[in-house]
Unconditional design. Structure first.
Length: 577
């Protein structure tokens, strides 16, 4: 058992038992006979049920997404739900995206839950994450599950769990569910066996309830004011917003919508893009081509599960520029706060939330208008947690993260690309009524609150070896932090794992009032911020860079932006990125 190969073989041979179906057994036997690297990666560990659920490559094996790992996760969740809601008729709602096996995994999940005496609401076809989050509270459910791997490569799938507030799992429930899942050490413990009477199918009529509620968040009536003729190109990139988002945009008064037919086809292969990630410029190629053909004003795209928004607007020359997540979040934050203030709706108890790797420009905008800005760890579940903790005494306006996720209002408790797209279009319509473009508005925000330029570098390290390399990299930075970067002294170090902030100049340290997380931040003497964080959902380590400059007028933007980008480039050269 000390030999890793022997241990892996023993783990694999357990899957030759009659408890597993014939196809699974044959596939495992073939992997054993060939004794390939695939066997090692499939069985060297159990696919970890993390604080939010499962995510991994699909296939047979303990480290893969398949019927049995999904079944074990669901059985553990069912056990925890019965412990948490004793004596109640437990209800769970399930949604899925366009990925391979997503529909199948959602059926497996419904089967196991119903076999455990739990009532299930199951959407009739693919739906985006925000609708699932909304459905939990709307239907009075105790939990929700969405089968998705977000914008991961096509070979991945995932299983995300939500609690009764519509937000992803946070303490103590994350650890509680994880503990129960770990207790399921055999497929014989899984209750397979669909109970039809405990499963209710949700159709398009439920979608309309969601859109009606979103419509109540509108701050500017685009359908009866200048700007209603805005030309918008939208792409779901083969994903779950293909029907819902155009319906929502039309409900907000935007009828000049243009699509890309090839990308309206739900397809887990994502055949028209290298990656279905709206953070990637290549994912916008077809949408931008269509936008030029129809002379569109705004281009928007969402990821496969419909919680992330990417957008492109025209700059001062009329050419399209892609907004990054921080820029979109800044525009939406400014618009929501400005309109609330103009309408006399700010009462002094409002707040926004952003993550620690999201631009401080959001905080500048909020504070300038008397609105609190709260910082949380990376992950939208922490934004949802703040909403739950502070309601009903304080009002959540909006919140976001640099990774293209944003939320307006608290109808949903996760990233919501549907309301974000609608509100971005609405902000454009309002700006147009003020004889401004969204680009003009962005520069106006920079001039008023400071120009923030950000950059992100992700290093991918796959498999068992990759995980070790990422850990070693973080350990090295933590134990031997640089004294100087790009000729600038490291003034402060914030270690979120140790929950300590060190002031290098003063020789003092302070506690970090956030939960422990494997994140390290370096702040240079000129204010440049560098953040290092291993991804919790992908085999990556991410390096975030942020610089702040001053913009005396919009005309200064190109030169000042170039200067800040040069600074970031120089900083990057000193790090292993």
């Amino acid at each position: 058992m000390n030999n890793p190969n022997t241990e892996i073989l023993n783990r694999a041979r357990k899957w030759l038992d009659e408890s597993f179906d014939k196809d699974t057994r044959e596939c495992v036997q073939a992997m054993i006979d060939e004794n390939t690297n695939e066997l090692a990666d499939a069985f060297y560990k159990d696919l970890e049920f993390g604080t939010g659920g499962l995510r991994g490559i699909m296939g047979v094996g303990t480290n893969r997404m398949n019927k049995y790992t999904v079944g074990m996760a669901t059985q553990g969740l069912a056990n925890y739900l019965r412990q948490s809601f004793t004596g109640k008729d437990i209800r769970v709602v399930i949604a899925h995206d366009c990925r391979h096996n997503s529909s199948y995994f959602s059926e497996v999940t419904a089967e196991v839950l119903s076999a455990n005496g739990i009532y299930v609401y199951l959407f009739d076809e693919l739906r985006p994450v925000p609708l699932l989050s909304f459905a939990i509270r709307e239907l009075g459910c105790h939990a929700g599950i969405v089968i998705t791997a977000s914008h991961n490569p096509k070979e991945y799938n995932g299983y995300k769990v939500y609690w009764d507030d519509g937000g992803q799992l946070v303490p103590p429930h994350d650890n509680g569910v994880t503990g129960e899942v770990k207790k399921i050490d055999s497929v014989a413990s899984i209750r397979f066996g669909r109970v039809v009477d405990r499963i209710t199918i949700l159709d398009e009529s439920f979608d309309r309830k969601y859109i009606e509620k979103l419509r109540s968040l509108s701050l500017y009536q685009a359908d009866s004011a200048e700007g209603h003729d805005l030309k918008i190109v939208f792409s779901p990139i083969h994903g779950a917003t293909v029907k819902l988002l155009p319906m929502a945009l039309r409900a907000f008064g935007f009828n000049n919508l243009y699509n890309i037919p090839e990308q309206d086809i739900p397809d887990g292969n994502f055949p028209t893009v290298a990656s279905p990630n709206p953070e990637e410029p290549a994912a916008f190629e077809m949408a931008l081509k269509k936008a030029e053909e129809v002379h569109a004003d705004l281009v928007m795209a969402t990821d496969p599960d419909g919680d992330r928004l990417g957008a492109a607007i025209r700059d001062s020359s009329g050419a399209f520029m892609l907004l990054n997540g921080n820029q979109t979040a800044a525009l939406l934050t400014w618009y929501v706060i400005h309109m609330m203030k103009e309408q006399g709706r700010l009462k002094g108890n409002e707040y926004i939330v952003k993550t620690i790797v999201t631009s401080d420009l959001l905080a500048e905008i909020a504070m300038a208008n008397g609105v609190d800005c709260l910082n949380v760890l990376t992950g939208f579940k922490y934004i949802a947690e703040k909403i739950r903790q502070l309601e009903p005494d304080q009002e959540f306006l909006c919140g976001g993260e640099e990774s293209y996720g944003f939320l307006v209002g608290d109808l949903v408790r996760d990233k919501d690309a549907v309301i974000s797209c609608c509100m971005l279009a609405e902000a454009f319509a309002w700006a147009k009524s003020q004889r401004l473009s969204l680009y003009d508005l962005l520069l106006q925000i920079y001039a008023e609150h400071g120009l923030y330029v950000d950059s992100l570098v992700s290093l991918t390290r796959k498999g068992m070896q990759g995980a070790s390399e990422i850990k070693a990299m973080m350990d090295d930075f933590r134990q031997h932090p640089p004294v100087e970067i790009n000729g600038k002294t490291v003034a402060r170090i914030i270690d979120y794992k140790l929950r300590i902030e060190r002031d290098i100049y003063q020789g003092e340290q302070y506690p970090v009032e956030l939960p422990a997380s494997d994140v390290l931040q370096l702040i240079l003497e000129d204010g440049t911020l560098i953040t290092m964080r291993p991804s919790g959902t992908e085999p990556k380590i991410k390096f975030y860079f942020s610089c702040r400059g001053k913009l005396k007028s919009p005309d200064d933007y190109p030169g000042e932006r170039a200067r800040l980008l040069e600074n970031i480039a120089a900083v990057r050269k000193t790090l292993p990125t």
